[in-house]
Design a protein around this ligand. Structure first.
Ligand code: PEP
Ligand code: MN
Length: 348
């Protein structure tokens, strides 16, 4: 059973958290919140202490923003959340009746900071979201959850916001989906949301990243919105308006998870077929390997080298040709036969 992030309220899946990168003014915060509340958003985010990679950028309004968030909660009934990185932040958040906090990517990488925040959070009833660390290190991410659970925090949720890379990419932070998938394998009861705003860095690809997260059965999305995106003071390129968010959400296909899928007979049938094909593949590989060993003995007796590059090239090319005729990807077939061939050579 997945843990509930706000056990006291009923949240429809996918869970959507939205709000500006930063609370900038009272007006911008309250207007964004009302526009989001109107389209049914129940959880509002806004950063008030902004961890900027370089100095000189907008670093957030600080404590005064907590007052505005309290007002958002009173006026709209939305749950509110902010980023915290120190014990002082946690203390101030509690004073203003904030419901949840998130640890940003730059905090998750630092075990000292995680420990400090975890200890401060231990005495509160806050829900805690943990963004993935900036670098693709699953253990740092898992470690943050362990530190938080060890001090008794139970309302935990992961936020997948992509991973930093050097050089060009269509993404600001490439998603590397295998990492949140591995997190789910290791911590199956932990809900996971995807933050497509920080993955994409612009509205380009936003929809496909949201859809991918839903197709992977992640629990929801955290998406940055601003009442006037063009005037945003932080992460301007990636803010969308509440109206654009509404259109985006309406365009997504929400699939049923397996447990909601009442008649699973068809799915079970397909899986049985896949199982039987997989075991057949293993049998065939075993047969192939036996022949390969015979070839090895033959070559040894005749004093011939094991690796023959002409034969290898001819093998790969002929497999690719057939694969293409069947509509299979040449890269996929090349990878498989490279790996089979490597194993054959090493066993000879
Ligand atoms: C943010 O949520 O605005 C933020 C700073 O995110 P991250 O820690 O993912 O960079
Ligand atoms: Mn941001």
């Amino acid at each position: 059973m997945k843990q509930k992030i706000f056990p006291e309220i009923e949240l429809k899946r996918p869970i959507i958290i939205s709000g500006p990168c930063s609370a900038e003014t009272e007006k911008q915060t309250i207007e964004t919140a009302h526009a989001l509340s109107k389209i049914g958003i129940k959880i509002f985010r806004a950063g008030i202490w902004k961890p900027r990679t370089r100095p000189g950028l907008f670093e957030g309004v600080g404590k005064i923003g907590l007052k505005w968030l309290k007002k958002v909660k009173e006026e709209t009934g939305m749950r509110t959340c902010v980023e915290v990185a120190t014990k002082l932040h946690v203390r101030q958040v509690v004073e203003y009746d904030i419901d949840a906090v998130w640890l940003g990517s730059r905090t998750t990488v630092n075990p000292f900071a995680v420990k400090e925040v975890a200890n401060a959070l231990a005495k509160t009833n806050l829900t805690v979201f943990v963004k993935n660390p900036i670098n693709p290190d699953i253990d740092l991410w898992v470690g943050a959850f362990e530190r938080l659970s060890n001090v008794g925090i139970t309302k935990l949720c992961a936020i997948h916001r992509g991973f930093s890379v050097y050089g060009n990419s269509v993404y600001r932070n490439p998603p590397q989906w295998q990492i949140p998938i591995e997190l789910h394998r290791r911590l199956p009861n932990l809900p996971i949301l995807t933050d497509p705003s920080h993955i994409c860095g612009t509205p380009n690809h936003l929809k496909e990243v949201c859809q991918k997260a839903l197709d992977l059965n992640f629990d929801g999305l955290m998406i940055e919105t601003h009442i006037t995106p063009e005037h945003s003071l932080s992460d301007k390129q990636q803010q969308i308006s509440p109206e654009e968010l509404n259109n985006l959400l309406n365009s997504l296909i929400i699939r049923k998870s397996e447990s909601e899928n009442e008649s699973q007979d068809e799915l079970i049938g397909y899986r049985k077929q896949i199982d039987s094909i997989d075991f057949h593949i293993i049998d065939l590989l075993n047969e192939r390997m036996k022949i390969s060993k015979d070839i090895g003995n033959y070559k040894r007796n005749k004093n011939i080298t094991i690796f023959q590059s002409a034969r290898y090239n001819e093998l790969i090319e002929s497999r690719i040709k057939t694969a293409k005729e069947l509509g299979l990807s040449p890269e996929f077939i090349t990878d498989i036969f490279k790996s089979i061939h490597e194993e054959s050579v090493s066993s000879q």
